[in-house]
Design a protein around this ligand. Structure first.
Ligand code: IPE
Ligand code: IPE
Ligand code: MG
Length: 248
């Protein structure tokens, strides 16, 4: 495994004991651009490159699940021009990804309500998910028009509907059963949640699923987030003692 050895500046990662599921809030694109006197959209383009690099690397090291926050239910508040640029970058990414799926065999899923997206993008998301059904390898979940509270409300509605239809019983609802109504149904909870850009908050990202996640915060802005930074996050994770309320 020499190829994946971290260099001397970064802490050693035990690649045999990786977390199963890493989730990343891809934040700091705007500030990255501002620091360089560039428009915010240039930051999003740079952030998309980082996503390509990190997603490919996660697949190469054998990570089972990677979930990324690409666009939140709150991000519609941004100027239409910026929202349009982000949607355009997503479209470009998916067109490329579809072309490479046969080779990479990465399974892609989308968490979020796709219905308000531009039609072309929505269709590409659906096509990507459809092709992904053939693959078993690394699963990349892209949170798009995703909000954690929105996800829980939708799940509650779906569960209530199932109860009314006699297909579910409120007296037998368990955490496990409820989680099947979430966008993340059948995906294990994230073990590690990474937020770059210096912000110390979740911003509505996977609140249900992150109940027992380990968190890693860094001031590095997402477009500057490289393999070394990922190694730091993984090494920090491996140094944690996860007790889940018990005693080690
Ligand atoms: C994250 O970067 C990308 C999205 C939220 C779509 P930002 O655009 O939030 O970058 P900052 O936080 O303004 O630097
Ligand atoms: C969270 O970042 C959403 C994404 C990275 C897609 P934001 O930049 O939107 O979060 P806030 O506004 O700083 O909380
Ligand atoms: Mg931000």
């Amino acid at each position: 495994m020499a190829f994946f050895k971290t260099n001397s500046q970064t802490p050693a990662v035990d690649f045999k004991h990786l977390p199963r599921h890493v989730a990343i809030i891809m934040d700091g694109n705007g500030r990255w651009a501002k620091k360089r006197g560039l428009p915010r959209t240039a930051g999003h383009a740079a952030g998309a490159e980082t996503f390509r690099t990190i997603a490919t690397y996660c697949k190469d090291i054998g990570l089972e699940y990677l979930t990324v926050y690409a666009f939140s239910t709150e991000n519609w508040k941004r100027p239409a021009e910026e929202v349009g640029a982000i949607m355009g970058l997503l479209k470009k990414y998916l067109l490329e990804a579809i072309g490479k799926m046969e080779r990479d065999k990465v399974k892609m899923k989308f968490f979020g309500d796709l219905s308000p997206l531009p039609e072309e993008l929505r269709l590409l998301c659906e096509q990507t998910e459809e092709i992904s059904k053939r693959y078993e390898g690394c699963q990349v979940n892209i949170c798009l028009n995703y909000g954690g509270r929105d996800e829980i409300i939708r799940a509650a509605q779906a569960f209530a509907t199932a109860c009314v239809e006699g297909k579910a019983d409120p007296n037998h609802l368990t955490e496990e059963a409820f989680s099947k109504y979430l966008f993340s149904a059948d995906v294990p909870d994230p073990d590690l949640v990474i937020r770059p850009s210096g912000e110390l908050r979740l911003s509505n990202f996977l609140p249900w699923q992150s109940a027992y996640a380990e968190f890693y915060f860094t001031d590095v802005l997402w477009p500057d987030f490289g393999k070394d930074e990922l190694h730091r996050a993984l090494a920090a994770y491996q140094g944690r003692s996860r007790r889940f309320g018990g005693i080690k």
